[in-house]
Ligand binder design. Sequence first.
Ligand SMILES: C[S@@+](CC[C@H](N)C(=O)[O-])C[C@H]1O[C@@H](n2cnc3c(N)ncnc32)[C@H](O)[C@@H]1O
Length: 255
Amino acid sequence: MQKEDEADDTICIDDHARKMQKEDEADDTICLDESFFVNRDYDLTTFTFGSHVLNLFCLRSASTDYDLTGQLVWPGAVLLNNYLSKNAEILDGNSVIELGSGVGITGILCSRFCREVVLTDHNEEVLEIMKKNIKLHLSSESSSPALTAEKLEWGNSVQISEILQKHPGGFDLVLGADICFQQSSIPLLFDTVEKLLRFQEGKCRFILAYVSRAKRMDTLVIDEAVQHGMQVNEVHGTRSTVANLEGVIFEITLN
Ligand SMILES: C[S@@+](CC[C@H](N)C(=O)[O-])C[C@H]1O[C@@H](n2cnc3c(N)ncnc32)[C@H](O)[C@@H]1O
């Protein structure tokens, strides 16, 4: 009898010890979720395009493994913003949607000329800093048009439909700066562009600031546009060197 009692006690002590050990292990475990690796040390940075000065938060260099390219301002955005600031009549009173907006530098510049601007991106972290920059911009401008951020992953037809439901008149211009850098995303990018252009049948054009980093991508972009029933025209005089790379502005329309 005494032995059985001792055995019962022993089991109780073992269970308790195991429970304690588990609790200790839980306390020792450091949860490294993705936020641990995300660099959010954004600098308030001043950019000048012609006579236009923009202040916005961005990183100065990429520092993570995640798809956070949008935390930086890319050479394509500098090329497109310089082009748009010199040719602002393209934007005057128009409605614009930008794809892969990153921190929002192009869409925010456009909002100085346009009737409405929708900035989009697929990355939640990037959308957060983009929204912060929109807020900063709206607080510093005396009059600003509708300037909003939307989540849009290229190829996601539900997200495109939701955006178009909110903007039943469609858009006059689709903009993209430095968004052709991953081969697998190019067909999806052009699916999205085609949907936006067809919605406005004939009236809408896609202005793409393309920065050449690989010959394969140079041909893929043109091929995909053609396969989606579009024609690509290089805007005369825009081929130039940006950050030691060759950049160009393409104007892309439905055939
Ligand atoms: C190289 S950055 C360019 C950002 C900005 N346009 C610029 O020039 O500074 C590419 C942007 O496209 C976004 N992007 C990449 N793949 C995407 C996809 N499949 N759908 C939507 N956005 C995407 C990224 O999150 C990022 O913001």
